[in-house]
Design a protein around this ligand. Sequence first.
Ligand code: FE2
Ligand code: FE2
Length: 469
Amino acid sequence: MTIDYTEKIPNNVDLASDKRLQRALEAWQPRYLEWWHEMGPTDFEPNDIYLRTAVSVERDGWAHFDYVKMMDYRWGIFLEPAEKDRIVGFGDNYGSPAWQEVPGEMRNDLQRLIVTQADTEPASVEQQRLLGHTAPSLYDMRNLFQVNVEEGRHLWAMVYLLQRYFGKAGRDEADELLERRSGNPDRPRILTTFNEPIKTWLDFFLFTMFTDRDGKFQLLALAESGFDPLARSCRFMLTEEAHHMFVGQTGVGRVVQRTCEVMKEFPDHDPREHGAIDLPTLQRFINFWVSSCNDLYGAEVSSNAANFFAAGLKGRAFEDKYEDHVALGQEFEVEKFDQGRMVKEAVPLRNAMNEVLRSEYNADNQKGIDYWNKIIKRHGLDFELRLPNERFNRKIGIYAGQRFDPSGNPLDEAAWNAGVNQWLPSDADQDFVQSLMVPSLEPGKFAAWIAPPAKGINNQGLDFEYVRL
Ligand SMILES: [Fe+2]
Ligand SMILES: [Fe+2]
C-alpha cells in the first residue's frame, strides 16, 4: 500500500473516510509543529538534511532518501498491513479473534500502555535538541536528525491510536503529550530515563544503543498485542527503530576504535592526553545508561505485568518462540537480597513478565558489548567492556534502595561510596567528555575522539554533504 503524500497527514489508514478523526488530527497537527518548533532541533530548521522517508510500508518501499527540511518532513500514520484472521496470541484470551476496537474492560490499561510508550518519543527529541551544535561530523548530525524525525513520527503513530480509539480521554492525552517536558520538575516526562539530560554525543550514542533498544523490546512486546491496531503500529515502528540502534552501536564502536588507535600509538599515555575517551570512562557511561534503562522494565515481580499478559494486551518479545502461550502454572526464579544474602525465589511466570523482557533485552545488549570488545581485541589490547549486572544502581524493583557493584555483589554504604566514582561517571568525567564536544562540520571530517564510520548513508561517500549548513 503506497502512502498518499498529497494528503495533509500522509497515512495508509484511509483517514479520508473518517472525517471526524481527520479533523481531530488536523487540529492536533499545528500544535505538534509548534511543539517541534519549540522543543525540537530548531536551530537547524532552515537546513536541508539528507533524510529517509517512508513511502510505503512494504519491506522494500519504505526507505526513500532525499534532502528535506525537518519542518517539511512528512510525519504520518503508517500501520503494517492487517494479517487475515489474526488471533490473540497469548494470555487468557489466547486463540480468540484479535480486537479491532478496544474491549471496554481493557480501556484503562490499554490507554496507559499507549501513553507510556508515546511519551518516550517526544521526550527523546527534547533530550537531544541541542546536540546538532556539537556534531562530530555532518554524517553524525544527519543521523541525529533522522532519529529525531522518526521519534516524532512514532509520536504520531501513538497519537493516532489515542485519537481514533479512546475518544475524549484519548484526545486529552494527545494534548498532554505535547505539554510535558523532559527534565522539567513541574511537568516531567513519565519515565526517569527520559528526563535524564543527554549532554554529549557519547550520551547520545549510548542512549540510542541502550534506550532505543529498550524501545525495541517494548515495541516487540506490544507488537504481540491482541489489540490489532497497536500491534500493527508497533511492527512498523520497529523497522525504523533498527536504524536508531545501528547509530548507537556503531557510534560507540567508532569511539572504541579511535581510543584503541591512540592506545596503540601512545602505549604509555593516558588516551585523554590525545583527546580520546579512555575505556574505563566509557565503561562508566555504559554502566549509567544500562542501569537507568533496566529500570524502564519496571519491577521484577509485578501484578500489572501479569494483568497485561493475562488480558492479551502486552506479550513477550517473539511470543512465537514459546510453546505455552497461556503461561499459567509455570514459575520463574528471581534472586532477592534478603538479610544480607542472595536468595532464589520462585514466582508465578506471569508476574515475572517484566523480568522476562528485561532478560531478553540484556541478552541483546550483550551482543553489542561483544561487538565493541572485538574491536579492542583486533587492536591486541587487553581490556574488556562489560554489561553491568541487573542489580547495579537500580531505582525501581527489588534491588532499589540496596547497593551492588557492577558485578552484582552486595555492598554496604561505605563500600559503595568508596567505589562509586569507578563505576559511574564523575563530574570530572562529564567535564572531560564535554570538553571534547567541539563541532566538526566540514564534509568528510570527523572529530578527533571518534573514528569515521565504515561507510556512508545510502551508498553515499563519507565526504557527502549530509547536511547543508
Ligand atoms: Fe521511537
Ligand atoms: Fe528510537
